[in-house]
Design a protein around this ligand. Sequence first.
Ligand code: URA
Length: 235
Amino acid sequence: MRLNKFMASCGVASRRKCDEIILEGRVKINAKVVKKLGVQVDPKNDLVTIDDGAIRIRGYYEYYLLNKPVGYVTTVSDPQGRKTVMDLIPESRKRLYPIGRLDYNTSGLLLITNDGDLTQKLTHPSFELGKTYVAKVAGEVNLMDIARLRAGVDIGGFVTSKAEANLISANKNESRVKITIHEGKNRQVRRMFKAIGKNVLSLERIAIGKLNLAGLKVGECRPLTDKEVGYLKEV
Ligand code: URA
């Protein structure tokens, strides 16, 4: 990011005024005076000071936990003009985007940020944290089905790894299953149920690791606490 943009987004002044401050030799990056315009800064790792006072870099990153409703796309904008999850978070001058995705018809926990490193980490296949869903499924799911989900099923060219799965309720019309997966293939949970011959009627993500939806109604969001951000960075 350009230094003047970084300074402006820290609330120092307008970009033009920031350029003046830079030209006056008052700005240092990692203890070195920078008098040139157009220098790039890494907001996460570089220490930027003005008159030897650090600019608060921490505030640059924003992290939200959203309880996504059904009927919203998980993208920043939608060519078809559908509502996007970005409509549900506070206006920001930062370039925020969702971490991973939930289907249009899936509700529940979605993280939104402008922290590229964290996004990369959380969406990388080696990422360990479980994602927990509650699926409402047509027909009766039995313990044999649950055992298959737990062991891994072929969802079409890919066999899912071990999952946690538990029956919440079951009758011949409808069943509810809590399932935790550690991968993030496209429409994975729906495809896992399809693989055992079941059709998902509704799907809600209720947790990512120990983050959950407590206190958030559908459509509401809240900033993550510093502790929660630390937890995601450390896992
Ligand atoms: N699995 C799905 O099938 N859909 C989602 O939105 C998330 C996981």
